[in-house]
Design a protein around this ligand. Structure first.
Ligand code: IVH
Length: 682
């Protein structure tokens, strides 16, 4: 077919030929659409689809008289409207009675039987209840003509242009090899936005500073009620059709029949819908759908149970705008609204201050919720959440509750903005927020919230290596108030320890011994154990190699610190800040009093390199050149920059060059970095 347009070109095409080609293209595009948007299983590549679409647009551009409202080119949105027209539904769009308990569902079944004066099982259809926007699509002789919102059930808004942009809505019902299309068919369904699509939409809105949608429902409703349908066209909306209004020219005997027919005619019908022989089967299916809830690509808020036979539906009728033949059996809501009564600050294990909303308790997602994390200051500012605000809270599955948004329309003017404290609410130390970071942190070392974590770190194998002082024990020590900072560990008595749960005398004694032993840990381990931000094992060693004592380290200025290679300004600030905290200095003093080593081990200072000359070449992995040279000099050796006959050792890094050749030439011993460390005994 494409040959045709290539050979003759558009110019050579007459109206008749164009009409034939247009028909063919529309058919192919509609079919591709159907597979992609309704069946969710694409048959054409995006490129092939675009090619067909472009060709159709081109021909229609050339022959505007051939453009029809059901052409796939008409899905892109049209010029904005001033306002929506009102559409009166031929048959009112009803609402549903709700049930939350199995008992209520059984009562519904009993009521149906009673009204129908029967003891026999009633057949039902159960369908997922989508959380979106209810719409009606009017098809005249198979062509989508008017689309409207449910509105108040009697009158809705004419949103035809917007609905046309939804690819899952057929502009033309499928006609092929089936019985004649009805003169009039009103199809009803729920327009929705998938979970993934919703997240992506909100992500883009956040990026461009637009207000976020609280949930997919609001996003779908908002998108459908756009006066400019070109905006709607940008939103990846879809629809599930679940029923009909008026119909002329067709007859249905059951609801299941309606669903199957709609599906055959190109409408998207939910795959999870089931025909059940009785209420027990309905309840089984309900459980299955509920289990699937989180894994579905769209939000559902329950199920809808409908009497299957149309004649029975008619007999049952309607009462106060709800059919007596249907029931919404709902799940626990994932979202609720409540009021933020206060915002408090929680200090996490790493010293991060997390603002937490204290809310009027609400049941959401199957649990009572009265607290929700607000993450950090950026988040509060972005969402503009204030104390006193009415907010939407959300809790899906096992996910922790979160405040989705504030409902600004409910503000009274009495709401208060939250301010992050400058001082830690737990220990009173200074709170710092580093540039480019979202979190505020408490700098205090003995902050009880940070305490457990810092003690765990202090006692860990790579730090002070206090055997037997495990996580559970530390938790108990802190909770009982026996330990308020790491220095307190060294004042623990055997009796203190023995008083703890599951602690035998012997184990208590072992821990006291382990604590005493830990006092001999090397200074670099002690520095690492302090848990200064950014100071890991390696940096602790670098600091000790350069400064040699705790005294020098605590006194070092940022300037002095940044002179050490590997210590950047950020690390220097963090170290300085740490030692500026009076609380931290007091802990260090008490550690010293307890006998923890604050000097480099004496062994290091042995003059065992007396008279030896070293030359370093290439870059070393675990030392800077200066550090290596200092180590040698401390032990009485000498570091030189050039290799001569007097050189005893040439230590080579990764890219040793001419010095190594020279060493070999002169027969000087060449050491790898590993061998050098071995020689020093480190
Ligand atoms: S049937 C008389 N089926 O729920 C039948 N409604 O609370 C009325 N809804 O306005 C509708 N999924 O927006 C039906 N599978 C489903 C549904 C469904 C969602 C919505 C619909 C309706 C509301 C009634």
């Amino acid at each position: 077919m494409r040959e045709f347009s290539r050979n003759k070109g558009l110019g050579g095409m007459n109206r008749e030929e164009a009409k034939v080609r247009i028909e063919k293209l529309r058919e192919e595009i509609n079919e591709a659409n159907y597979y992609y948007y309704v069946l969710d299983s694409p048959r054409l590549s995006d490129a092939a689809y675009d090619r067909l679409m472009r060709e159709l647009q081109k021909i229609e551009g050339k022959f505007p008289g051939l453009v029809t409202p059901d052409s796939p080119t008409q899905r892109v949105g049209a010029a904005p409207l001033e306002e929506f027209e009102t559409v009166t539904h031929t048959v009112p769009m009803l609402s549903l009675n709700n049930a939350f308990e199995e008992e209520e569902v059984r009562e519904f079944d009993q009521r149906v039987k009673k009204l129908l004066k029967t003891d026999r099982d009633i057949e039902y259809v159960i369908e997922p209840k989508l959380d979106g926007l209810a719409v009606e699509l009017v098809y005249l002789d198979g062509m989508f003509t008017i689309g409207s919102t449910r509105g108040d059930g009697v009158n809705g808004e004419n949103v035809t242009q917007n609905l046309k942009t939804i690819h899952a809505i057929p502009l033309q019902m499928v006609k092929k090899e089936l019985k004649k299309v009805p003169n009039r068919l009103e199809v009803r369904g729920e327009v929705y936005l998938g979970k993934k699509e919703f997240k992506e939409l909100n992500r883009r809105r956040e990026e461009s500073g637009e207000p976020l949608f609280a949930n997919p429902r609001n996003a779908a409703a908002g998108s459908c009620r756009q006066l400019d349908s070109r905006v709607t066209a940008q939103r990846p909306l879809s629809i599930f059709c679940y029923g009909i209004g008026a119909v002329e020219g067709w007859d249905f005997t059951s609801h299941w029949d309606i669903l199957q027919t709609l599906r055959k005619r190109g409408f998207k019908v939910n795959q999870e819908s089931r025909l059940c022989r009785n209420i027990d089967e309905v309840l089984e299916e309900y459980t299955k759908i509920k289990k699937k809830r989180e894994s579905l690509g769209y939000e559902i808020d329950g199920t809808v149970i409908k009497v299957n036979r149309i004649d029975l539906q008619e007999k049952l009728g309607t009462i106060s705008r709800s059919p007596r033949w249907a029931l919404a059996y709902k799940f626990e809501a994932h979202q609720e609204t409540t009021v933020i009564e206060d915002i408090i600050v929680q200090v996490g294990r790493t010293g991060t201050l997390t603002p937490v909303a204290i809310m009027k308790p609400v049941r959401v997602g199957g649990a009572e919720v009265s607290r929700a994390t607000l993450h950090n200051m950026d988040e509060i500012e972005k969402k503009d959440i204030r104390i006193g605000d009415t907010v939407v809270v959300q809790r899906a599955g096992d996910v922790i509750p979160e405040v989705v948004m504030a409902i600004k329309e409910k503000r009274t003017g009495k709401e208060k903005k939250f301010v992050m404290p400058d001082w830690c609410p737990v220990c009173g130390s200074e709170v710092m927020r580093e540039e480019g970071e979202a979190a505020h942190r408490c700098l205090g070392m003995s902050c009880s919230a940070k305490l457990k974590e810092s003690i765990k770190h202090f006692a860990s194998k790579r730090a002070m290596d206090i055997e037997g002082l495990g996580d559970k024990l530390i938790d108990q020590l802190v909770e009982k108030g026996l330990v308020k900072d790491v220095a307190d560990l060294y004042s623990l008595s055997k009796d203190d320890l023995a008083s703890l749960e599951r602690m035998a005398d012997k184990s208590a004694l072992n821990i006291i011994n382990a604590l005493n032993e830990s006092k001999n840990a090397s200074l670099e381990k002690v520095v690492y154990a302090l848990g200064i931000r950014h100071v890991g094992e390696h940096l602790a060693k670098v600091l000790v190699d350069h400064l040699g004592s705790m005294e020098k380290l605590t006194a070092a200025t940022e300037e002095e610190l940044t002179q050490i290679r590997e210590v950047g300004p950020e690390v220097a600030t963090s170290i300085r800040k740490f030692f500026q905290q009076k609380g931290n200095l007091r802990v260090i003093e008490r550690l010293a009093k307890a006998g923890v080593r604050f000097e480099q081990p004496v062994a290091r200072k042995k003059k065992d390199m007396e008279g030896k000359t070293f030359v370093f070449t290439g870059s070393l992995a675990t030392f800077t050149r200066e550090e290596a040279e200092r180590l040698v000099e401390e032990r009485g050796g000498k570091a030189s920059s050039s290799v001569s006959r007097k050189t005893d050792y040439v230590v080579t890094g990764d890219t040793a060059g001419s010095k190594m050749d020279k060493a070999k030439e002169l027969g000087v011993t060449v050491l790898s970095e590993k061998e050098f460390r071995k020689l020093l005994g480190i």
